[in-house]
Design a protein around this ligand. Structure first.
Ligand code: GH3
Ligand code: MG
Ligand code: MG
Ligand code: MG
Length: 318
């Protein structure tokens, strides 16, 4: 059974379907004081499967943005009582919290200067009413493409390619912020370094691929240990991983590391040739010292890690 599809319309329908379904995880906030105008935008966006929120004023929009940090696209009207769209965009752009947010201005005003006002305030794009469905769709699509591209780039910039764990750069970025918050709130925390014991032997005996598989399995344990917790973990490089243990110190931090150490020790790693191996790990653990940069905290943990190695490996040293 052969269907002639000279204009590739099936291909285009499939492409559109894929695009529309991919919009489901993009959260859009529509701001307009007029119910009918707002509703027409909401309807269009909902039909394109976006996750849509609505606000009737600039103030309400700012409240929603502060509460729902995952809004990625803001579409705002220009003429609104209390706070116009231009002022709303200025407010949003003055805050460092929404640097990732894309903004599209909308107006039914015939004044063509409104677009440059919006763009100067920091909007990314602009649409005049009445909306032409096709133009609207093109502009939304192109802005959403940019949002998705930035998301992808961010994801890969923040991850370690082999294990998909956060990488060193992202760990430093996130933990520096966590340390600032902890210090402000008076929360005591700890940092730990994990290093696989005699990892070179795995490579030398079973090959580099087996080494990579081992790293992925250990990373799985590390990820599992922090999932659903306030803690943060990363692969710093090689066979070394780091933890920021938020709200844990001394015994509680030690218990955490000990649990991870045992989970890894008890894990069977099946290599591609069917061989089963296991590995052990050593931990250096240090309480976070107030006002010291993360580098110094990790150095302290590293000195304890060295002692764990010297003391026979397969242990947590603090
Ligand atoms: P120790 O118990 O003292 O930590 O000994 P070790 O053998 O684990 O430590 P060493 O630093 O001597 O060796 C680490 C090895 O890790 C050497 C390096 O080739 C290997 N390695 C680093 N990154 C990777 C990687 O991404 N994949 C694989 N397969 N091996 C890696
Ligand atoms: Mg209005
Ligand atoms: Mg090492
Ligand atoms: Mg090692």
């Amino acid at each position: 059974y052969c269907v002639k599809d000279e204009n590739n319309s099936i291909g285009r329908v499939v492409q559109t379907a894929v695009r529309v379904l991919g919009n489901a995880d993009v959260k859009v906030l529509v701001v307009d004081d007029q119910n009918s105008a707002r509703q027409s935008l909401v309807d269009l966006l909902t039909r394109h499967n976006f996750d849509v929120r609505e606000a009737r004023s600039g103030a309400e929009a700012l409240t929603i943005l502060a509460e729902e940090k995952d809004v990625e696209l803001l579409i705002t009207d220009y003429n609104m009582p209390d706070m116009d769209g231009y002022t709303l965009v200025q407010h949003v752009r003055q805050s460092s919290a929404y640097t990732q947010l894309r903004i599209i201005g909308v107006t039914s005003s015939s004044d063509r200067r409104v677009s440059s006002l919006f763009l100067k305030a920091g909007a990314n794009d602009f649409i005049y009413r009445p909306l032409l469905a096709e133009e609207f769709q093109c502009r939304i699509d192109s802005n959403v493409d940019t949002i998705k591209l930035i998301k992808r780039l961010r994801y890969f910039a923040e991850r370690d390619q082999l294990t998909n764990l956060p990488n060193r750069r992202y760990f430093f970025e996130v933990v520096a912020e966590m340390m600032r918050e902890d210090q402000a709130m008076g929360v005591d925390s700890a940092v730990a370094l994990l290093d696989i014991d005699f990892f070179k032997k795995v490579n030398d005996t079973y090959g580099h691929e087996a080494g990579d598989d081992t790293l992925r399995r250990v990373a799985g344990c590390v990820q599992e240990a922090v999932e659903g917790t306030p803690h943060m973990a990363a692969r710093l490089g090689g066979e070394e991983f780091a933890f920021y243990l938020r709200g844990l110190t001394d015994q509680s931090a030690h218990d955490f590391c000990e649990a991870v150490r045992i989970a890894i020790e008890e894990m069977t790693i099946e290599l591609r040739n069917g061989t089963e191996i296991s590995v052990t790990t050593s931990f250096g653990l240090a309480n976070v010292q107030a006002r010291e940069p993360l580098d110094n905290q990790l150095n302290a943990a590293d000195q304890f890690l060295y002692m764990a190695k010297a003391n026979g490996r397969n242990q947590v040293f603090s």
